[in-house]
Design a protein around this ligand. Structure first.
Ligand code: ATP
Length: 440
C-alpha cells in the first residue's frame, strides 16, 4: 500500500537506489538538471526501446532519424521560437519565489495559452483589484507585473571570440528547444533517399533544452530533457482519420507496453490552439507524487505550417509530388511528442509501493512491468560457501549474456531479495546445495 507518495519520497528513493542524481551535486547542484545513474539509464533505455518497437520496428510507414542538437540559427526564426517561445513569469516581492503567470491564471479558470503579455497583465490586474491575486508560496499580495522570457537556450558556437551579448541575431546558435525541427529540416533528405511515400512518419529521440522559468518538480520539468517525437506527413484529406488512429495507438502503448492502469491516464483537449494547428490532445498521467494529472504526451495536428515556414525561409521547395493523384503540395503534419524523462518519473510513480511490515517498519517494492525492469535476474549463493559461490557465479555469467543480471554474495538472503525488490527485478535465483547437483 502506498501511504503517501510525495515528490521528496520519490526523489530520495531515485537517488538512494541509483536511478537519478541531482546534477553537479558536489557544487550544490544546478536547478532543473539531473543525471541518470545505472538503473536510471537501464529503465530509460527500456522505455525508449518499447517506443522504438511500437513506433518504428513494428510498422512499415516510419523511418528513424538522429539529427544534431544544433541547427542553423534560421531554423528557430522560421519555426517562430525566437519570437514567441516565451513564458510569462511573476515574482513575489516578499518571499522572492518565481511563478508562471499562466499557472496562476489557470487557478482562476483563465486559460492563458497563446495570450499576449499585455492581456496577461490585464487579467492579473483584475485579480489584483479584487484582492484575489496572491503568492502561491507565502500568500503575499505584492507581486510584480508579468514579464516574458524566451525559453530557447543560446550559445556562441562557432564565434568564441565574442561575448554572448555581442552576437548578432544571425550568429546566435540555439540548443534545440524541441527535437521535431531537426525532422522538418531532413524532410527532403528523407524523401530523396528513403523511398518513402505519403503518408509516412519520421521518428527521433534526443535531448531538448528549455530555459524553464520554474523547474521544481524533479524530473517532470527540467531544463535539459529527452523527447521521443514522431512527425507523420500526410495529405490533409486523411488527417482526421489518421489522427484518431494515432490517438488510439498511443493510448494503448501506455497500457500494453508500460503497464499503466487505464484509469491512471486521461485525455486533455486543448481549447486554445496555435494558429496553425487544427486539433491538439494531451495524454495525462495521474502522478501521485505531483498530486494529480499532468501532461506526458502531446498529439497534435500541426497543419503544414512547419514545412511551409522552412520552405519560405530557406528558399528550398519542400513540396511533395503525389504521383497517384497527380498533385503537388506541402504535406500536413500530425505529431506525437512525449518526454522520455517525464515517462521515467511516470513509471517510477506507478511502480513505487511501500509495503507495511508491521511494528512501524516498511519496505519498498518497485512493481514494474518486467520488460521495463532495469535488472531482469539476480543470482545469489544461499550461504557464504566457495562451492555455492562458484556455481552461482557461473550461472550469473551465463545469464548475463542474454539478460541484465546481477550477482550478490553479500550473505543475508532476505536483504539480497529486498534490494532486488526495490529496483523491480522480476526473477531472483538462489543457488543452494541441491542446485550443485544440477548442470547449468
Ligand atoms: P508543458 O505544458 O508541460 O510545459 P509542453 O506542452 O510545452 O509541456 P511540448 O512542447 O508539447 O510540451 O513537448 C512535448 C513533450 O515533451 C511534453 O508532453 C513533455 O512530456 C515533454 N516536455 C516538455 N517540456 C519538458 C520539460 N521541461 N521537462 C521534461 N519534459 C518536458
Amino acid at each position: 500500500m502506498n501511504k503517501k507518495l510525495t515528490l521528496d519520497t520519490i526523489t530520495s528513493f531515485a537517488k538512494r537506489r541509483g536511478f537519478v542524481y541531482p546534477s553537479s551535486e558536489i557544487y550544490g547542484g544546478l536547478a532543473g538538471i539531473y543525471d541518470y545513474g545505472h538503473y536510471g539509464i537501464l529503465l530509460k533505455n527500456n522505455i525508449q526501446a518499447a517506443w522504438w518497437k511500437s513506433m518504428v520496428f513494428e510498422r512499415d510507414d516510419i523511418v528513424a532519424l538522429d539529427s544534431a542538437i544544433f541547427t542553423h540559427p534560421l531554423t528557430w526564426k522560421a519555426s517562430g521560437h525566437v519570437d514567441s517561445f516565451n513564458e510569462a513569469l511573476i515574482d513575489c516581492k516578499s518571499c522572492k519565489q518565481r511563478m508562471r503567470a499562466d499557472h496562476l491564471l489557470e487557478k482562476f479558470g483563465i486559460n492563458a495559452d497563446f495570450m499576449p503579455l499585455d492581456q496577461i497583465n490585464l487579467e492579473l490586474n483584475k485579480l489584483r483589484e479584487t484582492g484575489e491575486l496572491k503568492c502561491q508560496f507565502c500568500g503575499n499580495k505584492d507581486l510584480t507585473e508579468a514579464r516574458q522570457i524566451n525559453q530557447l537556450i543560446r550559445t556562441n558556437l562557432g564565434t568564441p571570440t565574442k561575448e554572448l551579448k555581442d552576437l548578432t541575431p544571425e550568429e546566435i546558435v540555439y540548443a534545440r528547444g524541441e527535437t521535431c525541427q531537426g525532422i522538418y529540416l531532413n524532410f527532403k533528405n528523407i524523401t530523396d533517399t528513403m523511398r518513402v511515400k505519403l503518408p509516412f512518419g519520421i521518428c527521433q529521440v534526443g535531448k531538448a533544452f528549455r530555459n524553464e522559468v520554474i523547474a521544481r518538480q524533479f524530473i517532470f520539468r527540467t531544463r535539459e530533457f529527452e523527447q521521443m517525437e514522431m512527425q507523420y506527413f500526410l495529405d490533409p484529406e486523411i488527417m482526421n482519420e489518421k489522427y484518431e488512429e494515432w490517438k488510439q495507438v498511443r493510448w494503448n502503448w501506455y497500457i500494453n507496453e508500460l503497464g499503466i492502469p487505464e484509469e491512471k491516464i486521461s485525455w486533455k483537449k486543448h481549447d486554445k490552439l496555435a494558429h496553425y494547428a487544427s486539433a491538439a490532445f494531451d495524454i495525462q498521467y495521474d502522478y501521485s507524487c505531483l498530486g494529480g494529472f499532468s501532461e506526458v504526451e502531446g498529439i497534435h495536428q500541426r497543419g503544414n505550417w512547419d514545412l511551409s515556414q522552412h520552405s519560405k525561409v530557406s528558399g528550398v521547395n519542400l513540396e511533395y509530388f503525389d504521383q497517384k493523384n497527380n498533385k503537388k503540395f506541402i504535406p500536413h503534419i500530425m505529431e506525437t511528442s512525449v518526454g522520455l524523462t517525464r515517462l521515467v518519473l511516470m513509471v517510477l510513480d506507478n511502480a513505487y509501493t511501500e509495503e507495511d511490515l508491521g511494528e512501524g517498519k516498511s519496505r519498498v517494492v518497485l512493481k514494474i512491468k518486467p520488460s521495463l525492469a532495469p535488472i531482469k535476474v539476480a543470482v545469489f549463493p544461499l550461504q557464504r560457501d566457495d562451492k555455492l559461490r562458484e556455481s552461482a557465479y557461473n550461472l550469473y555469467r551465463g545469464l548475463k549474456t542474454k539478460f541484465t543480471a546481477e550477482f550478490d554474495d553479500s550473505g543475508n538472503i532476505g536483504k539480497m531479495y529486498r534490494r532486488q525488490d526495490e529496483i523491480g527485478t522480476p526473477f531472483c535465483v538462489t543457488v543452494d546445495y541441491q542446485s550443485l547437483e544440477t548442470t547449468w
